[in-house]
Ligand binder design. Structure first.
Ligand code: SAH
Ligand code: DHB
Ligand code: MG
Length: 221
């Protein structure tokens, strides 16, 4: 009942405030055909990420967790002409689907999808002197989220915005002893954000088509 209401309202506000988007709809279709899990951000959440990127005038974006490139394309569309986005994806099949979707969305010139475990590709970025990034979206495996946060701060400058997805998990984080390592990863991440004097943060809880979840949003001082 509650989920039905959230989904109806998500559909309503999206229909009122966003125009039809055949390109992004085709991304979701191609993901489904390719057998990717439907765990992309929702349209309203993708638009939200896009707005944050524009509000911060982000020209260099890092994403950890590409899937089929749905959030990637929302973010890439916010970039200026010379802006660039790097997205990290472990699964080669996901990366292939994403590169194809990104090309079909006309964003191939701006976006590079790096295949590999982010714990391997993040140090490579640092070694190559890539960064700092203006905006970093963390949305990969949640058990490694605390380490991704450390890398995100390392690849930041004062003013960089870091956003972590899926930090509420329908309230599962209320159980401090929860056995799911993803819940523990999120709890450690929230604690690390609070303990880091360089980060100012808040958590935006979300309800909608994807259930009850939330974004942690931090700025690096
Ligand atoms: N940001 C996407 C959804 C990402 S889903 C969107 O909203 O459209 C999470 C992705 O992280 C999956 O594709 C998964 O394969 C990837 N992933 C899981 N473990 C990873 C790791 N260790 N390194 C990089 N990516 C990983
Ligand atoms: C899952 C991952 C996500 O990033 C998400 O937004 C929803 C679900 C998952 O792994 O189940
Ligand atoms: Mg997510």
């Amino acid at each position: 009942m509650t989920q039905h209401l959230w989904t109806q309202l998500d559909d309503l506000v999206s229909a009122k405030t966003m125009s039809a988007d055949p390109i992004l709809e085709s991304v979701l279709l191609s993901n489904r055909v390719a057998g990717l899990p439907a765990i992309d951000v929702s349209p309203a959440q993708g638009k939200f990420l896009h707005l944050v990127a524009r509000m911060t005038a982000a020209a260099r974006i890092l994403e950890i967790g590409t899937l089929g490139g749905y959030s990637t394309i929302w973010l890439a569309r916010a970039l200026p002409d010379k802006g660039r986005l790097i997205s990290l994806e472990f699964d080669p099949h996901h990366a292939t689907v994403a590169r194809n979707n990104i090309a079909n969305a006309g964003q191939a010139e701006k976006v590079k999808v790096l295949t590999g475990a982010a714990l391997d590709t993040l140090p490579q970025l640092a070694e190559q002197g890539i960064g700092p990034f203006d905006l970093i979206f963390i949305d990969a495996d949640k058990d490694n989220m605390p380490t991704y946060l450390d890398w995100a701060v390392r690849l930041s400058r004062p003013g960089t915005v870091i956003i972590c997805d899926n930090v509420i998990r329908e309230g599962a984080i209320l159980d401090a002893g929860h056995p799911d390592p993803r819940v523990q990863g999120v709890l450690q991440t929230l604690a690390a954000i609070g303990a880091n004097p360089r980060l100012s943060a808040s958590v935006l809880q979300t309800v909608g088509a994807k259930g009850h979840d939330g974004f942690a949003i931090a700025i690096v001082d």
